[in-house]
Design a protein around this ligand. Structure first.
Ligand code: FNR
Length: 380
């Protein structure tokens, strides 16, 4: 007789639970890469603290019955929820095939997936997995030829939205990675081997899949260039010349929608709008760059006040629940991106995880809307 469907149905409760499970399921160096931040991790803590100290405004006796409408428009498109997956470099370290799982989950859910330059699968393959929902995140590296080639490839693959990440003029100083001696390609010290032996599911999946690599950048690698630290790889590919002139060149070059990611200052926000950005993403890179960076949620109102009326603003950093998403929107965000929780989800549950996280966050957001007396996300 046919066996019943043996696919495990997973029912994670929250992004925090996913983080806990991720922590025990993947090697320490991989978890630290995902979970860590720059310096003393103050900026990362601050991003979270801004959410925990912010309250929503409860309203009663409104809309208790019908399900709130989570759909919204952003960058000229309709989305089923007002949040998506932030660009996450080297996600294959959280779980093999993570990028593809993200792209597929976003496409199925009707939410954006941002394919990062340092993806562990090619932008062409990821675009194909999320043909209606994907955007491309560009790092401007040391070589203008590589930057141009990446833009041309993104265009040819059919991406219509480009996010230029501007907060990496230097690689972030991530103490956990430095202490773990974490670099690319992965080196296997005695400590790493022990770490792998303690996390056999990850180790076996990774063996089967092959060690994660920066698939988009592989064509430009010099053969036999040898091992370099992650900091060196990142520096070459993400910390090239990027100023308002270069941003202007990219604006003229890119026909689609252009988003400047990594804005934390009201003056920069106004400059971005004047330079022809179609939107900005208020972000401190999850606290992984400048440890003294303010919380995105805290600076959002001043940034909102500094840009033209109706100028689209996305926010990321520290969003861990549906209530957080609503708080960000109340503070002036049109759209929200979620970073680490998607990595926790895939580390905790494999390819099924991202889809489950979309469900968790959407259900939390819907409940929060009901408890704040909202039927939909329209303002006013
Ligand atoms: C990132 N982030 C990021 N941003 C970007 O523009 N390009 C990238 O390649 C990466 N890579 C990356 C890797 C990892 C492991 C993390 C955690 C983050 C930053 C990301 O897009 C986003 O700004 C933050 O993750 C948002 O903060 P939370 O949601 O992680 O708190």
């Amino acid at each position: 007789p046919r066996m019943t469907d043996r696919r495990k149905t997973i029912s994670p409760i929250s992004s925090h639970d996913m983080r806990k499970r991720a922590r025990s399921r993947i090697p320490r160096f991989a978890f630290d890469y995902v979970d860590g931040a720059a310096g003393e991790e103050n900026a990362a803590c601050r991003s979270r603290a801004a959410f925990t100290r912010t309250c929503l405004r409860p309203r009663i006796l409104v809309n208790s019955e019908s399900r709130a409408d989570l759909s919204c428009r952003f960058l000229g498109r309709s989305w089923s929820v007002p949040f998506g997956i932030a660009p996450l470099g080297l996600p294959g370290l959280a779980w093999p095939g993570a990028d593809l799982a993200f792209a597929r989950a976003a496409e199925a859910f009707g939410a954006p997936y941002v394919c990062p330059t340092p993806a562990t699968q090619t932008l062409e393959a990821l675009r194909a997995a999320a043909p209606k929902r994907s955007m491309f995140q560009l790092y401007v590296g040391a070589s203008p030829d590589i930057t141009e080639d990446l833009i041309a490839r993104a265009e040819a693959a059919g991406f219509d939205t480009l996010l230029v990440t501007a907060d990496v003029p230097r690689p972030g100083k991530r103490l956990r990675d430095l202490r773990n001696g974490f670099g690319l390609p992965l080196r296997f010290s005695a400590g790493t081997l022990l770490d792998l032996a303690r996390h056999p599911a990850w180790a076996i999946a990774t063996l089967r899949h092959g060690a994660p690599r920066l698939a988009n950048l592989a064509p430009y690698a010099r053969p036999g260039a040898g091992a370099r630290t992650l900091a060196q790889v990142m520096a070459a590919q993400s910390s090239g010349r990027l100023d308002w002139d270069v941003f202007g060149q990219i604006r003229r070059r890119w026909k689609g929608r252009l988003v400047l990611k990594g804005v934390l200052d009201a003056e920069d926000a106004a400059l971005a709008a004047a330079a022809g950005a179609d939107a900005i993403q208020v972000s401190s890179h999850g606290g992984r760059q400048l440890d003294g960076a303010p919380a995105p949620l805290d600076v959002l109102p001043a940034i909102r006040a500094a840009v033209p009326e109706g100028f689209p603003i996305a926010l990321d950093g520290g969003v861990r629940s549906g209530e957080d998403i609503l708080k960000a929107m109340d503070a002036g965000a049109d759209f929200v991106f979620v970073g680490r929780p998607f990595l926790y989800a895939v580390a905790a549950y494999g390819p099924e995880g991202p889809r489950a996280l979309f469900d968790v966050l959407a259900n939390e957001l819907e409940a929060a809307m009901a408890m704040t007396g909202r039927k939909d996300l329209s303002r006013g």
